[in-house]
Design a protein around this ligand. Structure first.
Ligand code: PXP
Length: 244
């Protein structure tokens, strides 16, 4: 089964807009489980613009689903991950001025440092995932530095899909298919995510080597209109349909 990881960052974004205690990310995470999600993702950013340290404490204490802690490869974040030992740690590039994670990690350009960063996390029992583009050089580097998982960045595919740029969209999809197949052949578990919606999820979900999709912003946006549970249930249905 293709797992659905629900990213709850933007529940915290809404809460932080007013500095209140609601909506509560842990409540959203529990509701996601009831609606058919298999995992929860939360990105603890350096600037704490959405998820806070207290959210991570609460998720680790109150969540039944596995937590995928998304973070930059910094000493501060490594210390936090080693303290909590979440099920998975997904390393992402992070720039303060970006609105969202714009590109993949440059694993090929930073192999020695990443290998040293990953080793203690792996020893602590965390499945380490690297958020990368489908470039074969990045996939090969990911397999060398000790990652268990790669998450392929679907943001460009989603942007081309939304802009109705058919050729570019097909080319991105072909790259994602090839990348998934190559990473799988190298023994990596393959995930994908970023920018996925009801409209564009099916063709990504149909890639047979993928084990998990991580989806956030669209689900939280759609929950304004139809509720979080129904939005997640519909995404789950579309993913299952694409696999049939
Ligand atoms: N995967 C990773 C590694 C991400 O950084 C994000 C965005 O935080 C997502 C998946 C989810 O992307 P979106 O919020 O666009 O669904």
């Amino acid at each position: 089964m293709l797992r659905l990881g629900v990213n709850i960052d933007h529940v915290a974004t809404i809460r932080n807009a007013r500095g209140t205690a609601w909506p509560d990310p842990l409540r959203a995470a529990k509701l996601a489980e009831d609606a058919g999600a298999q995992g929860i993702t939360a990105h603890l950013r350096e600037d704490r613009r959405h998820i806070s340290d207290r959210d991570i404490d609460a998720l680790m204490a109150g969540l039944r689903l596995p937590l995928n802690l998304e973070m930059a490869a910094t000493a501060e974040m490594q210390e936090i991950a080693l303290r909590h030992r979440p099920h998975a740690v997904c390393l992402v590039p992070e720039r303060r001025e970006e609105r969202t994670t714009e590109g993949g990690l440059n694993v090929a350009g930073d192999e020695a440092a990443l290998a040293a960063f990953i080793a203690p996390l792996r020893d602590a029992g965390c499945r380490v995932s690297l958020f990368i583009s489908h470039d074969p050089r990045q996939i090969e580097a990911a397999s060398r530095v000790g990652a268990a998982v790669v998450e392929l960045h679907t943001g460009a595919y989603a942007d081309f899909h939304a802009a109705r740029e058919v050729d570019a969209c097909e080319a991105e999809l072909a790259g994602l298919r090839k990348g998934a197949s190559y990473a799988h052949a190298l023994g990596l578990e393959v995930h994908a995510g970023h920018g996925l919606t009801f409209e564009n999820v099916a063709r990504v979900a149909a890639i047979p080597e993928l084990a998990e999709l991580n989806i956030g912003h669209f689900l939280i946006a759609e929950s304004v209109f139809i509720g979080l549970g129904p939005a997640i249930a519909e995404m789950r249905r579309l993913m299952d349909e694409a696999r049939r």
